[in-house]
Design a protein around this ligand. Structure first.
Ligand SMILES: Cc1ncc(COP(=O)(O)O)c(C=O)c1O
Length: 414
C-alpha cells in the first residue's frame, strides 16, 4: 500500500493578490470542535457574523451573510438570484473579472451589453453613467478592485443613476473588502460580493454577500421553497396555486439567495449544512478587522503599498497601468525585457519561500503582481520581498542599484 507522508506545508511569505497568509488566531479558531448547525450556540455565532459583516460592508442591510463556496459562489448566487432570463445586464469590463461577470450573467440567460476599457485603466464614472442611460439595463454588474490589472474602479456616483432607471447595482468587491473602503449604503449599491482569502485574510471557501431591500424584493418574487421543507398545510396551498408564472424561479438551488436568507433568518429553514469550521474562521477574521478598525486597516494597507512602490521604483522597475487608478492592495510591475518572469517567481519561491503572482490573458508573461493584503500586508513582508526580489533580479542579470530598494522602503517607514 502506498504510504503518504504527514502533512507538512513549507513556511511561506504569500505576497499574491490572494490567497494570503492567515492570522494565527484564525487558524486557531478553525481547530475548535464542531457545533451542530442548529445548536443555539452556533446560530448565535451565525448572528454575530452577520452583525460584523454589516460593519465591514458599511451597511444597514438586513442581509449580510456568507455563501458557502469560493468568492465566485457569492458572485454566482447574486447574479443567478437577481437576473431573470431575458433581463438586460450591463457590464463595464476593464480586466479578467469583468469578463467573469459577463460569463456568469450569460449563463443566467441575461442579454448582456458590455462597455470595454483597455486593461490597465478604469472607466470615468460618466462613461458608465452614459452606458446606463443608453441601455437602461435591469442590472449593472461591475468589479470594484480588478486584481488581474491592479486597478480600482471609482463607484460612488453610479448608484444614484441606477435608481433613476430602476436598475440594480451589483459590485464584485472580492478583492477590496477589508482593505479598501467599500461603502455599500453611501454608494447606493444594491448587492455586494466579498472574498475571504484576500484582505479579510481568512482561507478561501466562503463568500460574504450583502444586499438591500430592492434586491430582496426581486428575489422574493422568484422564491420557491423546496417541496420537502413545506409543512402539509403549506404543501396543500402550493399544490392549489393556479395561474401562470409572472416571474421565473431562481435557476440554482444551492445558490438561491431567497432560500439562503431563510436559513440565515430566525426561521432557520434548512438549506445546506453550514461549513461550521469556515464560519469560525470568518468570525475570527472579522473580529480582527473590527478590532484593528476599518480606517486604521485601510491606512495600514496604504502605508505598506507606498513602501513597496518606493522600493520597486528605486530598483528601476516600472509599474504597470494608469497610476491614478492603482489599487492600494495590488501592485503590478512590468517584467523587464529579456527577463523570464516565471523563472524569477520560481527562484523567489524556491530560495526565499516568497510567492508573488503572474497575471492572465493578455498580461500573462508581461507583469508580476504583488499583493499587500490582510495579514500578509506587513512591514516585515514588504522588506523581505523587496530584498529577495532584488537578489533574484541580480541573479537574472538585471542591472540595478543594489540596496536602493530597501533603503527607499525604509525611508517611507522612517
Ligand atoms: C476581483 C475578483 N473577483 C472574483 C474572484 C474569484 O474568486 P474565487 O477564486 O475565490 O472564486 C477573484 C479571485 O481572484 C477576484 O480577484
Amino acid at each position: 500500500m502506498k504510504k503518504y507522508n504527514d502533512l507538512s506545508p513549507s513556511p511561506r511569505t504569500i505576497m499574491t493578490p490572494g490567497p494570503v497568509e492567515v492570522d494565527p488566531r484564525v487558524l486557531r479558531a478553525m481547530s475548535y470542535p464542531i457545533l451542530g448547525q442548529f445548536d443555539p450556540e452556533f446560530t448565535n455565532l451565525m448572528n454575530e457574523t452577520m452583525g460584523m459583516l454589516r460593519e465591514v460592508f458599511a451597511t444597514g442591510n438586513e442581509w449580510a451573510y456568507p455563501v458557502d463556496g469560493t468568492s465566485r459562489s457569492g458572485i454566482e448566487a447574486v447574479l443567478v438570484s437577481l437576473i431573470e432570463p431575458g433581463d438586460k445586464v450591463l457590464v463595464p469590463i476593464y480586466g479578467r473579472f469583468g469578463h467573469l461577470l459577463v460569463e456568469i450573467a450569460k449563463r443566467c440567460g441575461a442579454e448582456v451589453v458590455t462597455l470595454e476599457k483597455e486593461w490597465g485603466s478604469v472607466f470615468a464614472q460618466e462613461e458608465i453613467i452614459a452606458g446606463i442611460r443608453a441601455h437602461c439595463p435591469a442590472l449593472v454588474a461591475v468589479v470594484h478592485g480588478e486584481t488581474s490589472t491592479g486597478r480600482l474602479q471609482p463607484l460612488d456616483g453610479i448608484g444614484a443613476i441606477c435608481r433613476e432607471v430602476d436598475a440594480l447595482l451589483v459590485v464584485d468587491a472580492v478583492a477590496t473588502i477589508g482593505g479598501v473602503k467599500v461603502a455599500t449604503d453611501e454608494w447606493q449599491i444594491d448587492a455586494v460580493m466579498g472574498g475571504t482569502q484576500k484582505c479579510l485574510s481568512v482561507p478561501s471557501g466562503l463568500a460574504p454577500v450583502t444586499y438591500n431591500a430592492r434586491a430582496e424584493a426581486k428575489l422574493l418574487r422568484r422564491k420557491r421553497i423546496e417541496r420537502g421543507l413545506l409543512t402539509a398545510e403549506e404543501a396543500a396551498v402550493a399544490a392549489g396555486a393556479v395561474g401562470g408564472e409572472a416571474y421565473s424561479p431562481i435557476r440554482s438551488n444551492y445558490l438561491d439567495l431567497s432560500q439562503l436568507q431563510d436559513y440565515w433568518s430566525p426561521a432557520r429553514l434548512n438549506h445546506h449544512t453550514e461549513a461550521t469550521t469556515m464560519l469560525y474562521a470568518l468570525r475570527e477574521g472579522l473580529r480582527l478587522v473590527l478590532e484593528e478598525g476599518l480606517e486604521e486597516r485601510f491606512a495600514r494597507h496604504r502605508l505598506q503599498e507606498s513602501a513597496l512602490v518606493s522600493g520597486i521604483e528605486a530598483m528601476g522597475l516600472r509599474l504597470y497601468g494608469d497610476p491614478a487608478s492603482k489599487m492600494p492592495v495590488v501592485t503590478c510591475i512590468e517584467i523587464p525585457d529579456g527577463v523570464d518572469g516565471e523563472s524569477v517567481r520560481a527562484m523567489l519561491l524556491a530560495d526565499f519561500g516568497i510567492e508573488i503572482a503572474s497575471s492572465f490573458g493578455p498580461l500573462k508573461g508581461r507583469i508580476w503582481r504583488i499583493g499587500t493584503m490582510g495579514y500578509s500586508c506587513s512591514k516585515r513582508n514588504v522588506l523581505l520581498t523587496l530584498g529577495a526580489l532584488e537578489a533574484v533580479l541580480l541573479r537574472h542579470g538585471c542591472k540595478l542599484d543594489a540596496g536602493a530598494a530597501l533603503q527607499a522602503a525604509m525611508d517611507v517607514y522612517a
